[in-house]
Write a protein that binds this ligand. Structure first.
Ligand SMILES: [Zn+2]
Length: 254
């Protein structure tokens, strides 16, 4: 399925028309019809009836992301949202761990009371709660030291912060955020793979696959670490994708 990101964006945001001062360029972007003046959209290339959105020197024309650049922007925003959701979720977990660390004894008493209530019920169904792995791991958590729990909460919070910083940076397509995402995500891949050797779940597999794809996608399309020509090539590509620049170079050769 081929999605026309240019037309979709124009449908949502309206066309990006611009009237450059330079008459040689103006003539290429402008036409007169029986219905009135039409201006060429810098994003989708359609001629649009009505006044241009902006005007001035060609150099001040907005750099309208289009084509591949625009598609990359959509993918980055999807990753940004995914990271923001994960970040907020981890903050909640960190808060829960922190709360638990402060009321460990109270929660343990409550848990033991519930255990006493439910023990005969479960025994009726031939299930021994005292040897249940779930109850076992909860009781193990009660044994953790206050300082250990605080450390866990702090580490979770730090991780969540990185995710949220990534999310904000990716949303605005910042190059530092792309580097941060690739480095931080790649750093956690060995841990995610190790986790899978312990216990396999669909959520873990999906997260792992998504993270590997994200690392490859960002590193390759954004030409990070000098890949595929690096920064210079990336800027060149972005500029050549701008219709205004295409028109400009065409105008010079005429
Ligand atoms: Zn348009």
């Amino acid at each position: 399925m081929k999605i026309d990101w240019d037309r979709r964006t124009c449908a949502r945001k309206g066309h990006a028309t611009y009237a450059p001062d330079d008459p040689r360029l103006r003539i290429r972007l402008h036409a007169q019809t029986a219905l009135g003046d039409v201006w060429r959209c810098l994003r989708c290339g359609d001629f649009v009836l009505g006044e241009p959105r902006g005007s001035g020197p060609a150099a001040d024309a907005p750099l309208v992301p289009r084509g591949k650049v625009l598609r990359d922007l959509f993918v980055l925003r999807f990753l940004a949202v995914e990271r923001a959701v994960r970040g907020v979720f981890i903050v909640l977990v960190a808060a829960a761990v922190w709360k638990f660390s402060n009321s460990q004894d109270a929660v343990r008493r409550l848990f033991d009371e519930y255990l006493d209530v439910f023990r005969p019920v479960f025994r009726h169904f031939h299930y021994d709660l005292d040897h249940s792995p779930v109850v076992g791991s909860v009781q193990k958590a009660f044994g953790y030291k206050h300082s250990t729990l605080l450390l866990v909460a702090a580490l979770l919070l730090a991780y969540a912060l990185v995710e949220i910083i990534e999310a904000v940076g990716l949303w605005y397509a910042k190059r530092w955020a792309e580097y941060l995402t690739v480095v931080a995500t790649a750093a956690f891949l060995p841990l995610e793979i190790y986790e899978l050797t312990e216990h396999i779940s669909w959520l873990k597999i999906t997260t792992l696959v998504l993270n590997i794809l994200a690392v490859l996608y960002i590193a390759l399309t954004k030409r990070l670490f000098g890949l595929r020509g690096g920064r210079r090539k990336f800027d060149e590509e972005r500029h050549s994708a701008s219709l205004m620049e295409v028109e400009e170079s065409a105008g010079v050769t005429v």
